[in-house]
Design a protein around this ligand. Structure first.
Ligand SMILES: *[C@@H]1O[C@H](CO)[C@@H](O)[C@H](O)[C@H]1NC(C)=O
Ligand SMILES: *[C@@H]1O[C@H](CO)[C@@H](O)[C@H](O)[C@H]1NC(C)=O
Ligand SMILES: *[C@@H]1O[C@H](CO)[C@@H](O)[C@H](O)[C@H]1NC(C)=O
Ligand SMILES: *[C@@H]1O[C@H](CO)[C@@H](O)[C@H](O)[C@H]1NC(C)=O
Length: 181
């Protein structure tokens, strides 16, 4: 009698335990092809003509079958990309038409430590999900500085350029919640 009760209890518990296993269903965001470039051009010793930083990558979500392009510009004069500190949440491109209708991804980037925060909402089999995650990238940067020693009015005075790239994809563990609509 006891044994029967125990085995039916086990039979009852087993599938539930597997279904609720905390990690089996959690997807991963992967940031591919991360590049981060900065362009600063002075037209005179005191005049900043161009100061612009851009970050770009391809985002995949292991729960979804398509790739999203994410990119952003920053031209704050005292620095670029504060990781959401000034409310700079950047939208990724919408998914290709026909797939992932309603999916939206936003991200933050912090140029101080090259960290990313990524949120994405999507719909799968009629259920809406939001996934949130953050992670660090390691960027290798090349720097080029040029100054015009014989500068006269109308020429560029100096250029300061950085090209940064991540040689590996960055995988981010995602916390997923269902969204009731
Ligand atoms: C990464 O960049 C390469 C070369 O441009 C491209 O072929 C590949 O599709 C990109 N990866 C993703 C996930 O988009
Ligand atoms: C950064 O510069 C490299 C080399 O020119 C280019 O391939 C890449 O697309 C640039 N990235 C951004 C975000 O502009
Ligand atoms: C993601 O959502 C959380 C909770 O709403 C928010 O605190 C965080 O700033 C968001 N991050 C991005 C990159 O949108
Ligand atoms: C992305 O940002 C838009 C506009 O601020 C907001 O409406 C949306 O909820 C955000 N989505 C995610 C996934 O954080």
């Amino acid at each position: 009698m006891k044994r029967t009760l125990l085995s039916s209890l086990l039979l009852f518990l087993l599938p539930t335990t597997i279904a609720n296993s905390p990690h089996s269903a959690d997807p991963t965001f992967t940031l591919h092809n991360i590049t981060y470039n900065i362009t600063e051009i002075y037209r005179s010793p005191s005049f900043f003509a161009i100061h612009d930083a851009t970050v770009s990558y391809h985002l995949t979500n292991s729960a979804l079958s398509y790739t999203t392009q994410c990119s952003a510009h920053s031209s704050h004069i005292y620095g670029y990309f504060y990781g959401g500190f000034f409310n700079d949440f950047f939208p990724c491109d919408p998914p290709p038409s026909g797939v992932g209708a309603g999916a939206v991804a936003n991200f933050t980037f912090n140029a101080a430590d090259y960290s990313f925060g990524v949120n994405q909402t999507w719909n799968l089999d009629g259920v809406n999900y939001i996934g949130m995650g953050s992670g660090l990238s390691h960027l290798d940067c090349r720097h080029e500085y040029w100054t015009n020693d014989h500068w006269t009015e109308g020429q560029d005075y100096s250029t300061n350029l950085w090209w940064c790239v991540s040689h590996v994809d960055v995988e981010i563990t995602v916390t997923v919640s269902r969204v009731e609509v």
